[in-house]
Design a binder for this molecule. Structure first.
Ligand code: XMP
Length: 333
């Protein structure tokens, strides 16, 4: 994978992993609080919270370190799951952390218009997030420090070129200060997801957050093959809601729906119904680096198929992915 040319390269940072067995969460928290305070000094910092375990942990850690000197924003890109923005805001309010809601739906959809290529979609989301929406917020706030929840697996996969992760910049040698006007602080860069969860727990975050299944930065766009339009996000959002409801009892790392690009012939009430195809994926995995499909009971798959074809308008076909990662990936783009 090559880094887009418009990013000037610096030397990629090297990061040493702290394995779960070697992690002392309390000690780690104290160290990172000191490090964040040291880097930010008397200035202010900003961070974007998505509600995933990584960004939630960074938010809690950052607020412990900086208190009100940390501005936390939730950027609604229009690609989130049902009720997600409000759930995240409410969860943090209960912890005494105010989060600013930024509605950027139109900007993201405008940037994604007409794009079908997976990497171009990721690039459009990255650029809209960092340069337009976040860049503007940072510019308006006059803040130069950005706290970010990048974890060790993100760095590994990005550097290896498996995928262009949306939240990894410094490790690609991208100079964020020159490009976007801020310095990135990545306190979780040495931890994989299970270790991040331990830190989240030690920070006093509720279980609904520290045990939350991972959800990608580019959100539902990673589950739409072809163009990302509001109507297509609506389809995948509803299918995701059904899958998450039905599969809560399954011991899976992540369960998700994918909307395919090709339409397929179906039949409804004796009449041809040319419609959408939804693929279900449910993963057994340690940290998302590799994975195997969960052995979902057949009755449950049938129930999912019935609900999705009845409750998601236009869907005529539901399949279950039985391919491990590799060669599949967890998300579809
Ligand atoms: P993949 O699809 O690469 O997913 O096999 C591995 C894990 O990473 C999550 N994922 C992302 N997380 N930004 C993120 O923060 C991204 O761009 C991104 N893409 C994938 C995915 O949900 C899985 O847990």
């Amino acid at each position: 994978m090559s880094t887009p040319e418009r990013f000037p390269k610096t030397t990629p940072a090297t990061v040493e992993e702290i394995p779960l067995e070697e992690l002392d969460p309390r000690e780690f928290i104290l160290e990172k609080i000191a490090e964040i305070r040291n880097k930010v000094g008397d200035e202010k910092a900003i961070n974007a919270l998505s509600g995933g375990v990584d960004s939630s942990t960074v938010t809690a850690l950052g607020h412990r370190a900086l208190g009100k000197k940390l501005i936390t924003c939730f950027i609604d890109n229009g690609l989130m799951r049902k009720n997600e923005p409000q759930w995240v805001l409410d969860s943090f309010k209960k912890l005494g952390i105010e989060v600013i809601l930024v509605n950027a739906q139109e900007e993201f959809f405008a940037a994604l218009k007409g794009i079908a290529d997976p990497e171009e979609k990721r690039e459009a989301i990255t650029q809209t997030f960092y340069k337009k929406v976040f860049g503007r917020l940072v510019g308006e706030s006059g803040v130069h420090h950005l706290l970010q929840g990048t974890n060790y697996t993100d760095i590994e996969e990005t550097v290896a070129g498996v995928k262009r992760q949306h939240n990894v910049l410094a490790q690609l040698g991208i100079n964020t200060e020159e490009q976007f006007g801020y310095r990135v602080i990545e306190p979780l860069a040495q931890l994989r997801k299970p270790a991040v969860r331990e830190v989240a727990k030690a920070l006093g975050l509720p279980e609904a957050i520290y045990n939350r299944p991972p959800f990608p930065g580019p959100a539902l766009a990673t589950r739409i093959i072809g163009e990302v339009k509001p109507e297509r996000v609506g389809i995948i959002r509803k299918a995701t809601e059904i899958i998450e409801e039905e599969l809560t009892g399954i011991e899976a790392f992540q369960s998700l729906a994918v909307l395919h690009q090709d339409m397929i012939t179906g039949v409804r009430n004796g009449i041809r119904d040319f419609g959408f195809q939804i693929e279900i994926r449910s993963w057994i995995s340690e940290d998302g680096k590799s994975g195997t499909p969960a052995e979902i009971p057949y009755v449950m798959l049938i129930r999912l198929s019935n609900r999705i074809t009845n409750e998601v308008p236009g869907v005529v076909s539901v399949t279950y992915n039985i391919t491990p990662k590799p060669p599949s990936t967890i998300e579809a783009i």
